[in-house]
Design a binder for this molecule. Structure first.
Ligand code: URA
Length: 188
């Protein structure tokens, strides 16, 4: 069978490559537009995501939705996934071996969706997707071109809940992401 997001999701649903497979309620594969030009990559599911099987539906996700709305991007037009597909206990940071076990699924999602722009949500995602020594405070909003993709990172929305002063910078970064998409897709 030819690989599609649906067949990949089915494979992923029985995954036991790391110990998180035993503790998940639901696998959180990713949701959104399979032809999205813009893809967001978070860290790992939290409690609400584990319960629902959908990424970014808890408080952090609701804040992300507000920023998308503020720059006129509709959630249905983007694709949202995480580095890890299963929730780490008590939302601890992903372990390197969990990332290594899971990253192949994300690579395959990126290969199938072929977005123009990939936005890492937070430090953990940026360190895995952009470079291991990524400094989110210093480097958020900067663009790098990797292969066929434009990539950047923004603060994780959970970090904005902890420190609302960062919201202004987030809005600026989100505006630049919307501008980048317009530049890459000029209207005739
Ligand atoms: N935080 C993440 O990084 N991903 C989610 O899906 C939810 C919260």
């Amino acid at each position: 069978m030819e690989q599609s997001l649906d067949t990949l999701k089915i494979q992923c649903e029985s995954c036991q490559k790391c110990s998180l497979g035993a503790t998940r309620t639901n696998l959180v594969f990713g949701t959104g537009n399979a032809n999205a030009k813009l893809m967001f990559v978070g860290e790992a599911p939290g409690e609400q995501e584990d319960l629902s099987g959908i990424p970014f539906v808890g408080r952090a996700g609701q804040l992300l939705d507000k920023f998308l709305y503020a720059v006129d991007i509709e959630r249905k037009d983007v694709y949202i996934a995480n580095i890890l597909k299963c929730r780490p206990p008590k939302n601890r940071d992903p372990l390197p071996e969990e990332e290594d076990a899971c990253i192949g699924y994300l690579r395959e999602q990126v290969r199938l969706i072929r977005p123009q722009v990939i936005v890492c949500l937070g430090r953990i995602s940026a360190m895995r997707m952009i470079k291991p020594d990524y400094k989110i405070t210093k480097e958020h909003g900067q663009w790098v071109q990797k292969g066929n993709f434009w990539m950047t990172a923004v603060y994780h929305p959970a970090a904005l809940l902890r420190d609302p002063r960062k919201k202004e910078e987030m809005l600026e970064d989100m505006k630049r992401i919307a501008e980048k998409l317009s530049e890459l897709n000029p209207k005739e």
